[in-house]
Design a protein around this ligand. Structure first.
Ligand SMILES: *Cc1c(COP(=O)(O)O)cnc(C)c1O
Length: 382
């Protein structure tokens, strides 16, 4: 059996080495490292895949979120509704821009923003909602978009973990995640579902005017050379990364299938277990399993049981992770922003119970059998 990793990027590279190497070589030979046809070509391919008018590439997913918020003309103190149960980048950029993150609850089954909690958190100062499609399935976009239109709010989808996933509206219309809000942001960090070999990110939008503004902000607020209309930043996807992504994008759906197969295996192995709750697959979104995240339940000491499980797995060289061990509203960085005023019972409840097992495109059955056997053996001995 190959050693088990949380994400096995070497094995994936080995499968596509010839094409990746050739694609990178072409960039080296043209020496067109910044911008140029490879970056534009990839942006167009991604726009086509997602079914969106504009893809604006940038340096990483955090920048994508920041640039999106910069483009909306928000004022210091404006409120932005976001889950606390997410990766820190989502919430950090809100504070960085002098805006106020308003943390709300997620659904304990899907881990995504709870629309009823969003509705309760809306005040006259609210300007935007940032749903995070956590672990790889869509937030309840129909409800969120409805609230946004009722209250005239922007919606910025954090699609860093769910690229390739979709959402089914009640009228049967299906849209890819990241294309339903005012803007959608994604990350090409190596371990993401569509990962490059360094940092990368992108913003999508159907709005022509906004697209122009986003491009301008990502390029020093520049309209024409040395003419700077707004304060921007320098955030680029470089051509070497675009060359990698151009090779991987046509494989994204196949990669998702591999992830879903691994998830099926896990689901079956843990089905009906009294202490292990497998991830819920909502009927309105195709889960792309960026993470396979379970919950420990029906025990008085979930955090303790979980610590024991992780130690047991580590003994057998099975990696497992906590996404995320501390929710945003309990991070020190938000103490000065009134982080303490948020009482998020579900978020805290989940934080004590979640754990994630290895999930990537190259998991084989012997590895999955080994992982699930070690997990089950721990509970049998308990
Ligand atoms: C990875 C991630 C980001 C940030 O992406 P980077 O490319 O690492 O900056 C933002 N939000 C979520 C939910 C993520 O998982």
């Amino acid at each position: 059996m190959r050693p088990i990793q949380m994400v096995d990027l070497r094995q994936q590279y080995a499968q596509i080495k010839d094409e990746i190497d050739r694609s990178i070589m072409e960039v080296l030979e043209t020496a067109q490292f910044i911008g140029g046809p490879v970056v534009n070509g990839f942006s167009q391919s991604l726009a086509k895949y997602l079914g969106v008018r504009h893809v604006i590439p940038c340096a990483n997913g955090t920048d994508a979120l920041q640039i999106s918020m910069m483009a909306l003309g928000l004022q210091p103190g404006d409120e932005v509704i976001t889950p606390s149960f997410t990766y820190i980048a989502t919430t950090e950029v809100i504070a960085l821009l002098g805006l106020k993150p308003v943390f709300v609850e997620v659904d304990p089954d899907t881990f995504c923003l709870e629309p009823e909690a969003v509705a309760k958190a809306i005040t006259p100062k609210t300007r935007a909602i940032v749903p995070v499609h956590l672990y790889g399935q869509s937030s309840k976009m129909e409800e969120i978009l409805l609230l946004a239109s009722e209250h005239n709010l922007f919606v910025i989808e954090d699609n860093a973990q769910a690229i390739g996933s979709d959402y089914r509206f009640r009228n049967g219309q299906v849209r890819k995640t990241g294309t339903m809000g005012t803007m959608g942001c994604t990350s090409f960090f190596p371990s993401k579902n569509l990962g490059c070999y360094g940092d990368g990110g992108a913003i999508c939008t159907d709005d022509d005017e906004l697209a122009e503004k986003l491009r301008m902000i990502a390029n020093h607020g520049q309209t024409s050379r040395y003419s700077h209309e707004v304060v921007g930043c320098n955030s680029r996807l470089d051509a070497l990364q675009a060359a990698v992504l151009q090779v991987k994008l046509p494989r994204l759906d196949g990669y998702i299938e591999n992830r879903r197969k691994a998830a099926d295996y896990y689901d079956q192995a843990f089905a009906g277990h009294p202490n292990i709750v497998t991830p819920v697959r909502s009927d309105y979104s195709r889960h792309v399993f960026h993470q396979y995240t379970l919950k420990i339940d029906h025990t008085n000491n979930p955090a303790e049981v979980r610590a024991g499980l992780l130690a047991h797995l580590a003994e057998h060289k099975v990696p497992a992770m906590l996404y995320y061990p501390v929710p945003a509203h309990r991070q020190k960085m938000f103490a000065g922003l009134g982080g303490k005023e948020f009482h998020l019972e579900t978020t805290d409840w989940l934080t004590d119970r979640v754990f994630s097992l290895p999930m990537h495109t190259e998991l084989d059955e012997s590895q999955l059998d080994f992982i699930t056997s070690r997990v089950l053996e721990y509970f049998n001995k308990m």
